[in-house]
Design a protein around this ligand. Structure first.
Ligand SMILES: C[S@@+](CC[C@H](N)C(=O)[O-])C[C@H]1O[C@@H](n2cnc3c(N)ncnc32)[C@H](O)[C@@H]1O
Length: 449
């Protein structure tokens, strides 16, 4: 009789540090987004290691300048060309030693083992040497003798961005940069079609899932710990969605009324479209458009999970003649394409993928979409302009410019607007305030000319 050897899933025998190095290499050297790359690497990992892989990748991207500074101090010359992935492996090693509760010896040996997984045994000695030297230099306090660090290293952000934040927020700039480095909480949006927030809190309590806060002005619940959605009561049945508390302000501020004809003109992946429909089931219609057809798949999925309906159209909001049927809208949500600088804590790759030159181009695009969609709004209707940016150029300055050039536009006040930086119009939420993302809202009423 032959005994069968236990089957081992070879696909899943992988080194997590090697996957992390590859992921960071794809983001930084190849300009790919973390939200595209991380799932690809996570697919290769065992389910129990997916969280560790995520933690390392996010950490390396959060602390990139500082980690590179550490590694530079310990190397004769930088790794280039095909060896770049090992540059990121070194950052992975240093990040674990500095910021994770992994014993130094385990962080070093696991990271050194990754050289095998990356099929370059020649790098083994170098990775081993640099990481051991790093541990020793940290213990003896001999790393970095110089007194002052460049701001980009001190604050772990690109210098062009630090300058913009300093200009926009002369008092709060350090607070903003610090908030971007903190892991964000997980927020839920309770679908009021199924449960009130209070009822859903009881369901969470029964499932022993702790909550931190409930946002009084919306349907938002902040969890104490990020939790797999499959463990949340009724996720598949559409009882809740994952959405930051700041993004949940949009539906409330848009304040749709029965029989309103509503447009969400930059809709994908559909978070706000769905919230509006949950909150205002008696509107006449919802048209959800987005220029990226591939992203509209997510809108359709979200609508289906939540049992909601909208006219979903792939179209350019800046060119209405290609899609508009001639019926004016009572309410328009313009959640504009933006720098994403309010959500860096959730997407640390934004710091490195976004370039200073992108901002001017985004401002022009926002201006074009705003101008075009304003022409689709009924007199007496309101348009809510939103971004997940903190840069005044895309927000307050954009709206000031619009108000100056459109005499039929009136800025409506927003109740909980507590902008502390003086000349901001609209409502600028800064990252970390009330534990929410950085967001901007301006509510515009169209008057008859
Ligand atoms: C901030 S995201 C929208 C997020 C969405 N409102 C939500 O809550 O899930 C901006 C969206 O604008 C879309 N976009 C960019 N340029 C556009 C244009 N010219 N017309 C329509 N959509 C555009 C992008 O594809 C992106 O999906």
């Amino acid at each position: 009789m032959t005994t069968k050897k236990p089957q081992i899933d070879k696909q899943k025998i992988v080194n997590i540090r090697a996957l992390a190095a590859k992921c960071c290499y794809s983001v930084i050297d190849q300009g790919r987004s973390l939200s595209d790359e991380l799932p690809k690497q996570q697919d290769k990992a065992d389910i129990k290691d997916k969280g560790l892989l995520q933690e390392i990748c996010y950490g390396v991207l959060r602390y990139l300048p500082e980690l590179e500074h550490d590694v530079r101090a310990l190397m004769q010359k930088p790794l280039t060309g095909k060896q770049r992935v090992f540059h990121f492996l070194l950052l992975v090693g240093v990040y674990q030693i500095k910021y994770m509760r992994i014993p130094d010896h385990a962080a070093v040996s696991e990271t050194v083992a990754a050289t095998g997984a990356l099929r370059n045994r020649q790098m083994k000695a170098l990775v081993n040497g640099v990481l051991r030297n790093f541990v020793r230099a940290t213990e003896n306090n001999t790393l970095h003798k110089q007194d002052t660090l460049p701001v980009s290293i001190e604050y772990n952000h690109p210098s062009w961005f630090i300058r913009k934040v300093q200009q926009g927020y002369p008092i709060k700039w350090q607070q903003i940069l610090a908030a971007n480095q903190i892991k964000p909480p997980m927020w839920l949006r309770v679908n009021q079609q199924h449960h009130t927030s209070t009822e859903y809190q009881s369901l969470l309590a029964t499932a022993e899932i702790d909550i931190n806060t409930v946002e009084p002005l919306s349907h938002a619940i902040e969890l104490t710990r990020p939790t797999d959605v499959t463990k949340l009561p009724g996720f598949e049945q559409g009882w809740i969605s994952v959405q930051d508390g700041a993004a949940q302000q949009a539906a409330r501020l848009l304040d749709c009324q029965p029989d309103d004809v509503v447009l969400d003109c930059c809709a994908a992946p559909g978070g706000k479209t769905c919230h509006i429909l949950e909150q205002s089931p008696d509107i006449a219609s919802m048209t959800a458009i987005d220029v990226e057809a591939s992203r509209l798949v997510r809108v359709e999925e979200n609508l289906a999970r939540l049992g909601l309906q909208a006219k979903v159209i792939a179209a350019d909001a800046a060119d209405s003649k290609t899609w508009w049927d001639g019926q004016q809208f009572d309410r328009i949500l313009l959640d504009a394409p933006c720098s994403g600088t309010g959500v860096i804590r959730r997407h640390p790759d934004i710091k490195w993928l976004r370039k200073a030159s992108d901002i001017d181009a985004l401002v022009v695009l926002q201006q074009q979409i705003l101008k075009e969609t304003w022409s689709l709004l009924k007199p007496g209707g309101t348009l809510l302009y939103a971004t997940c940016s903190i840069l005044p150029q895309e927000n307050s300055e954009q709206i000031k410019h619009f108000l100056k050039n459109n005499t039929d536009a009136n800025l409506l006040s927003i109740d909980n607007n507590n902008n502390s930086e003086s000349d901001i119009v609209g409502w600028q939420l800064l990252p970390g305030e009330e534990n929410m993302d950085g967001f901007y809202y301006a509510k515009l009423l169209k008057t008859a000319l």
